[in-house]
Design a protein around this ligand. Sequence first.
Ligand code: GDP
Length: 536
Amino acid sequence: MSNLSDQISSRRTFAIISHPDAGKTTLTEKLLLYTGSIQTAGSVKGKSSSKHAVSDWMDIEKERGISVTSSVLQFTYDGCCVNILDTPGHQDFSEDTYRTLMAADAAVMVIDGAKGVEAQTKKLFKVCTLRHIPIFTFVNKLDHDARDPFELMEEIENVLGIRTYPMNWPIGSGRNFRGVFDRQTRRVIAFEGDGRANATKKVADIEAELGDPSMDELIGEENHRNLMDDIELLDGAGDELDLDAVACGKLSPAFFGSALTNFGVEPFLKEFLRLAPTPRSYTDKLSGEPVEPTRDDFSGFVFKIQANMDKNHRDRIAFVRICSGKFERGMDAYHVQGGRKLKLATGTSMMADDRAIVDEAYAGDIVGLFDPGIFSIGDTVCTGKQRVQFPPIPTFAPEHFAKISQVDTLKRKQFVKGMEELAQEGAVQIFRELGAGMESVIVGVVGVLQFEVLEQRLKSEYHVEVYRQALPYNTIRWIEGDMEESTVRGLSLTRDTCRVQDMRGGKLLLFTSEWNLNWAVEHNPDLKLSEFGNVT
Ligand code: GDP
């Protein structure tokens, strides 16, 4: 396969999102098992390695254990070149988790069948809807007692605002889990019970008509009766699998299964690859036109920057989502924001224990470029006469805030430089209180681990020690439009609401509660607030 369009049309690039413990890692592992051809070492983080994430990151001596914030797993299956983007979760949850979704063409949402929609899923889901990408649902842990599937579907619709289309339907759950009914083939895929945790083989599917007495034997009379009722209800609802609605993220094909026991994973993968989109086009900000992935010229944007993997070299890796054409190691390209040509000297991808050197890659793929400190999040690189520039990546709402000030006031320069550089790199967001200087700044993060990383890096890279004072804000909103500073000052707000400005000059409000936010909205009719900054 050498033709550009064949290469690109075989690609499927997606991220798996879930609340911690719903089974994202387990599902990823099982997906990899089917392919047997993982291009990376250390692939999926295990529970034990994720525990080390903090210290490994902090201890810059170590090059290992960075898999938590790296990268992408690539494998081929059924003629598809599949890229799974890793979305850091748990304690290392950060803006990178959100940014990664900007590089994905689809998302798989893993939901714990007993718990339903949980907080982190909600947050990640919001970012997916911002991009209108297709979302597939995998309801996991059916081998444990799960909630009623109708109730789960309803919850997804009510809480997330997306309708689901069950591709299969569970027969019981927990001890009574008997398998799933595939709505397309009208077959039952039977669950064979315990002891299959590491099974890699497909479970035999059994052809049996609904209503057929042999089904009673297979899944039990009562289950059979319930299943017939359920299917009648589902079919009667008359919902078609509307592919257009799937494509723009309005309808989510839903699958039931149990990743741990390897049940329902392969059928899911097959259907997913059939329905998931090929690399999508991104819009060129300059012309307003879409940049088609099959365009001959190469283009891509930086969505994540990983710093200091090697103490001896202050290098960073800029992860680039390729939007069009073909990447070749060593190619000359134009860095749009930097306004200059550069050689894309090192293409690395799939960082884990080894940095695999990538010689070529295509639209839909992710490459890690060697970055001597020139890239910022959202930057475009491209080749060809007609330059393109992709819109900036939105700024996502931090949820934890602290005032950071330097211990040694003589080190003001280093402090400001460090804060600005780290903010530019996207490690944290920094804000300045309206009217205040840069002696101290307000730092906002999505995950608290980012505070520690910030302190550690200021110390080791800029030789600056800082004080951190936690602030009580938990909700942030960008003020839409270019509101004058004096107008912002004149807003009618509760006393504990803070007016700040971000690095780009955007004005924001920090609230200590939802109540204060509502107060601001109610008392300032002209005030328009947004949960994301920089959305174009
Ligand atoms: P993540 O935090 O979303 O990546 O979740 P993990 O994949 O690490 O899974 C969290 C826990 O749930 C682990 O102990 C898994 O073994 C367990 N788990 C994952 N999938 C299933 C499943 O299908 N059934 C059961 N019973 N446990 C599961």
